[in-house]
Design a protein. Structure first.
Length: 234
């Protein structure tokens, strides 16, 4: 079986699943090209640890276990939470929070922060996540003069804001996302914002966009070795 046949079979297999039943074949093909251009899913899965700044928060993420550390200096807060189990602990002003109700609230808040902040860093890797529907809307021209495909991302029963909608602009020259637009509701005609997705840098064999020309994640680190105490101790 040649590569084209394998790819066609793989797309057919994806579309046979309920998650992708409403997605366009061409949109799925473009999404695969995006991830290949960024280093490939295998290399992305092999990244063990990520650290980045988002606004005034600092996040550490063990991708293999789901352990996350969120530091919010303005709240004088450090939260250690596993995003898969929702278990963990929180510290305020350097002191362990012992009240069970308050701890649960802080763990939930930290997970919401991680969902938002990690999306600003990893969105292109999540184009084919379960619950995502992709539609190819149109072709357009980016500010750099390159042609681009516009993918619409919508969601079903995933995330904390499933009514959101995104338009993702994929550069036809290098198959990289170069811009995105966010809509609070699927029915919205105008986006709440349109931001660049630029300044790609290679870290640990994958490309990530950070330190952008406009708002986004900064000071990103991706590596295999890290201090495990980040996720257990203050």
């Amino acid at each position: 079986m040649n590569f084209k046949s394998i790819f066609t079979f793989f797309i057919a297999l994806i579309l046979s699943c309920n998650t992708f039943a409403q997605s366009d074949v061409k949109a799925i093909e473009i999404a695969h090209k995006v991830m290949e251009s960024m280093g490939g899913v295998e290399n992305w899965n092999n990244v063990h640890y990520l650290k980045w700044d988002f606004g005034k928060r600092v996040l550490h993420w063990n991708k293999w276990t789901g352990d996350v550390r969120v530091t919010s200096p303005k709240d004088e807060l450090v939260v250690l939470v596993n995003i898969n189990t929702n278990k963990g602990k929180a510290f305020k002003n350097g002191v362990l929070v012992t009240d069970a109700k308050e701890t649960t609230q802080l763990l939930n808040q930290a997970k919401k922060w991680w969902i938002n902040d990690s999306y600003w860093l990893t969105m292109p890797w999540k184009l084919l996540d379960p619950g995502v529907t992709l539609k190819l809307l149109e072709k357009t021209t980016l500010e750099n003069g390159h042609k681009a495909a516009v993918l619409q991302m919508t969601f079903e029963n995933v995330g904390v804001t499933p009514n959101n909608k995104y338009h993702v602009y994929v550069d036809a020259e290098d198959n990289l996302v170069k811009q995105w637009s966010f809509f609070s509701k699927f029915s919205d005609e105008k986006p709440k914002f349109t931001k660049p997705w630029d300044n790609y840098q290679e870290l640990n064999k994958v490309l990530l966009s950070f330190d952008r020309s406009d708002f986004g994640p900064k000071n990103v680190i991706a590596k295999q070795e890290f201090d495990g105490r980040l996720f257990t101790d203050l």
